[in-house]
Design a protein around this ligand. Structure first.
Ligand code: HEC
Ligand code: HEC
Length: 401
């Protein structure tokens, strides 16, 4: 009898599960976070972007420690595919312990700025930065050229992508970074419960939309509404690609400060590998932003707005990795110290003062932006939504010119 009543109640609960009644403004905001995966974008500064041979070479190089000074540190040492392409540490450990958290490099294609401070203006320049950074891999043009000239397999893959290596070692190293960027662009994170909900909403499929947990829906409503998270965490990647100061301390543990975007802009301007330099394959045509952007006082303490996709796998959080768990992040936004914010951030951020139940809803929503890590552990395993892959790119497409 009791069991029958419980079953009836359960059936009733299931039949009334529904999508919340989102108003037109909320619907528009929600739809703007998709579709996923996004259409691939072209990087005109990288002549081998999208080329099968380059993608195959990049897939190999990503796991190759020989790009580093001591032969032991590969890109994957920090950007581990089994961990959503990051390392789970507060700050990176390569040849030395760094001061910044390793960001995931899945979904890294198509951004305007790279690095927490935006010191790179292309995916290949960011890849090169890591390769050369003394504390990370400490590679040099000579290290890269020795790998290409010394290993017949790499040499052949290089030749299939770029033609015969010339005498300019620096160019060879930049080419390897471009192959890495070509491969990284094919790494796209899987669709999530949120994406299914968003698409169901778009096609007006109430039944499918109702499968998305109500707590996540309530959290989503907060995200695009009262909490205004989407002013910065915008679009399909949940990042507007820009920089903001969210009131985190920028003092470094050993003394000194991390000035963030302010120093990043100066590094960008002086970087011979930026999109205005001789290695940009579009002759600087795509460098409008790089040419015009200027360091201003307000950039001090600004860091790049990170994606929120895959969040469940990328703790600890923030540029310095000092917030161990998602609840710490939510507490930060809920109690934010306005004294700490520069003028620009203050306009967007204020203490949210959300209740415990609301924070739980926001958390449920944020976690719905991650999927379990199924096939990502195996390099070369096909990714949902990934266009081409190291496997698919195995056939050389001939010299790319
Ligand atoms: C020692 C750990 C370590 C290694 C090894 C490493 N990285 Fe990184 N990577 C980082 C850290 C830390 C950052 C953030 C740097 C910053 O903000 O200054 C980063 C940032 C990046 C970014 C920018 C991501 C974004 O969205 O802004 C890309 C791309 C990248 N790395 C690619 C690579 C590639 C390709 C390799 C191999 C050539 C590599 N990394 C090797 C730690 C590492
Ligand atoms: C003013 C722009 C802005 C707003 C509004 C904003 N964020 Fe952020 N968010 C950022 C920036 C910038 C960072 C990185 C800061 C840093 O590392 O110094 C960040 C970091 C995060 C992170 C850590 C991600 C990671 O990989 O380390 C999470 C989670 C997050 N925000 C969630 C939210 C939520 C939830 C809201 C709404 C309550 C929100 N953000 C509102 C700009 C913003």
């Amino acid at each position: 009898m009791i069991r029958g009543a419980a079953a009836a109640l359960l059936a009733l609960a299931a039949s009334v599960a529904a999508a919340l009644d989102f108003d037109p403004a909320e619907r528009a905001a929600i739809l703007s976070h998709g579709p996923w995966p996004p259409a691939p974008t072209a990087d005109t500064s990288n002549r081998v972007a999208g080329h099968a041979a380059a993608i195959a070479l990049g897939a190999r190089l990503f796991f190759d420690g020989r790009l580093s000074a001591d032969g032991r540190v590969s890109c994957a040492s920090c950007h581990d595919p089994a961990r959503h392409f990051q390392d789970g540490r507060a700050t990176a450990v390569g040849r030395a312990v760094g001061t910044r958290n390793t960001p995931s490099v899945i979904d890294s294609g198509g951004q305007r700025w790279y690095g927490w401070d935006g010191a790179s203006d292309s995916l290949w320049a960011a890849s090169l930065r890591a390769m050369m950074q003394p504390g990370e891999m400490g590679g040099t043009p000579a290290t890269a050229a020795a790998l290409v000239r010394g290993d017949p397999t790499v040499r052949e893959a290089y030749r299939a992508t770029f033609g015969a290596p010339g005498a300019d070692d620096e160019r060879v190293q930049v080419d390897l970074a471009k192959a890495l960027a070509a491969w990284l662009t094919t790494r796209v994170s899987p669709r999530t419960a949120f994406d299914d909900f968003r698409d169901a909403m778009e096609r007006g499929d109430e039944a499918a939309a109702a499968r998305y947990p109500e707590a996540a829906q309530r959290g989503l409503r907060l995200f695009v509404g009262e909490a205004r998270c989407n002013t910065c965490h915008a679009g399909p990647r949940f990042s507007n690609g820009e920089f903001a100061d969210i009131g985190l301390p920028f003092f470094l543990p050993g003394g000194g400060v991390d000035p963030g975007r302010h120093a990043g802009l100066r590094a960008l301007k002086g970087n011979p590998f930026n999109r205005l330099g001789r290695f940009a394959d579009d002759g600087g045509a795509g460098a409008v932003a790089t040419r015009h952007v200027q360091a201003e006082h307000r950039n001090f303490g600004e860091f790049k707005v990170p994606t929120l996709r895959g969040l469940a796998h990328t703790a600890p959080y923030m540029h310095h990795g000092r917030l161990p768990a998602l609840d710490d992040v939510l507490r930060h936004y809920n109690l934010i110290d306005e004294e700490r914010l520069h003028a620009d951030g203050a306009r967007l951020l204020r203490p949210l003062g959300l209740s415990a139940a609301q924070l739980a809803d926001l958390r449920a929503f944020l976690l719905s932006l991650s999927e379990p890590l199924p096939s990502q552990a195996t390099p070369g395993a096909p990714h949902v939504g990934a266009k081409g892959g190291p496997g698919g790119g195995a056939s050389p497409s001939g010299p790319a010119r």
